[in-house]
Design a protein around this ligand. Structure first.
Ligand code: SF4
Ligand code: SF4
Length: 380
């Protein structure tokens, strides 16, 4: 099914990864129904310890990685977060904390900044407090995040606000941009939900109608002009309403890698949904060995693995056939063209899902959420 590592030349294998996304823990106080973490979350007992993460970041820096994204779950649930950040800084990595804000205090943020943190990304669930708390499944989350944003900017850290857009908040996409400006963010990422992990489980309750998506896209694009020079707006438009897929992860195993709390190295955060892939663990192998030789990383590098219509398509080195995990989820075969592509023979499946979503609230909306909660997998 996949190209063997021996067949890949160094060009196909690519240069060193630019970024390593470290899921330091799957523990999280929030329960966002769009969370991209897997349904079977890693248990605390199996998490890499401080020394193991330090080794991973040293090896990543040696390989040429520049950015360490510290994510989760909620990374602040780790008591050694400052120690991990200090090690990354010593290894010369730019550190970005991706946080819900819950678990951070003013003192702790100062401690992280002093340890060498370079940047913080704070998620918000909505601009309306009751709705934000309902989406997060956590009472008081909205007001806590306002305070955390202030503490982050007060210590001089650059702040990005992340907002995931779906059926319950899509009418307030513009208000979320304005909220990010009010919170002192330099950048705001408005990202329409990607349907992996918990997001896929909750797809019917999350997917907005085409009309709502089009209105939100137009509003956010217009705000880019309004706020030029005030805040940078990154806008990730919804897959299911596009004509061509995105180059998922900039191409499979081309620019970055993920490491799960228990050390499995993945080419993307949803890669474990593809059943045939073998993932190596950073406990057993170096980052360089994994990047170069891991069967999972080499499975969809290059273009040899492609089926038609991708194989003979002029866009194949632009979008790399889109997302492998989405291809698997919607067609049953990870080698297929991402069915978001209008050239895919399975494109009707995407249209069917989008049409169902157009029926909107029939799906139950927020009342139908399966909140992301810890149902642990056993430590490996
Ligand atoms: S998306 Fe929500 S539930 Fe998932 S890790 Fe982030 S804050 Fe926690
Ligand atoms: S056929 Fe494949 S390579 Fe061509 S645009 Fe569609 S997904 Fe991309």
């Amino acid at each position: 099914m996949t190209a063997s590592p021996a067949k890949l030349d160094s060009k196909e294998r690519g240069a060193a990864p630019v970024a390593l996304l470290a899921e330091l823990t799957h523990r999280c106080p929030l329960g966002c129904p769009y969370c991209s973490n897997p349904l079977a979350l890693d248990a605390r007992a199996g998490e890499l310890d401080t020394a193991e993460w330090a080794r991973v970041f040293s090896q990543a820096a040696q390989l040429g990685v520049l950015h360490a994204h510290l994510s989760g779950g909620e990374p602040a649930a780790r008591h050694d977060l400052a120690e991990i950040i200090a090690h990354c800084a010593k290894a010369g990595l730019y550190t970005n904390l991706i946080t819900s804000g819950i678990g951070l205090t003013q003192d702790r943020i100062k401690e992280l900044a002093d340890a060498g943190l370079d940047h913080a990304q704070l998620s918000i669930q909505d601009s309306d407090a009751p709705s934000a708390d309902r989406i997060a499944g956590y009472k008081g989350a909205f007001s806590r995040k306002q305070a955390v944003a202030q503490w982050i900017t007060r210590v001089g850290l650059p702040l990005t606000v992340n907002a995931v857009i779906h059926q319950a908040n899509i009418g307030r996409a513009g208000k979320m941009v304005r909220l990010a400006v009010a919170l002192g963010a330099r950048r705001v990422e408005i990202a329409h939900t990607q349907y992996y992990g918990w997001g896929l489980l909750n797809r019917a309750a999350l997917m907005p109608s085409r009309a709502a998506a089009d209105a939100a896209i137009a509003e956010v694009e217009a705000l880019k002009k309004t706020y030029a020079g005030v805040i940078v707006i990154d806008h990730v438009i919804p897959d299911y309403h596009a004509r061509y897929p995105k180059a998922c992860m900039g191409g499979w195993a081309k620019r970055g890698l993920n490491v799960t709390p228990s050390g499995r190295a993945l080419p993307c955060h949803a890669a474990e949904t593809i059943p045939d892939l073998v993932f190596w663990n950073v406990r057993d192998r170096s980052i360089e060995d994994i990047w170069t030789n891991s069967p999972a990383f080499n499975a969809f590098r290059g273009t040899d693995w492609m089926l038609e219509p991708c194989r003979s398509c002029p866009r194949k080195t632009i979008d790399y056939g889109g997302c492998r995990c989405q291809a698997l989820a919607l067609t049953g075969d990870a080698r297929e063209a991402d069915p978001v592509c209008h050239l895919s023979p399975h494109h009707d499946k995407v249209l069917k899902v989008a049409v169902l979503a157009a029926q909107g609230e029939d799906a139950g909306g927020a009342d139908a959420y399966s909140y992301r909660r810890m149902k642990s997998r056993e430590p490996a």
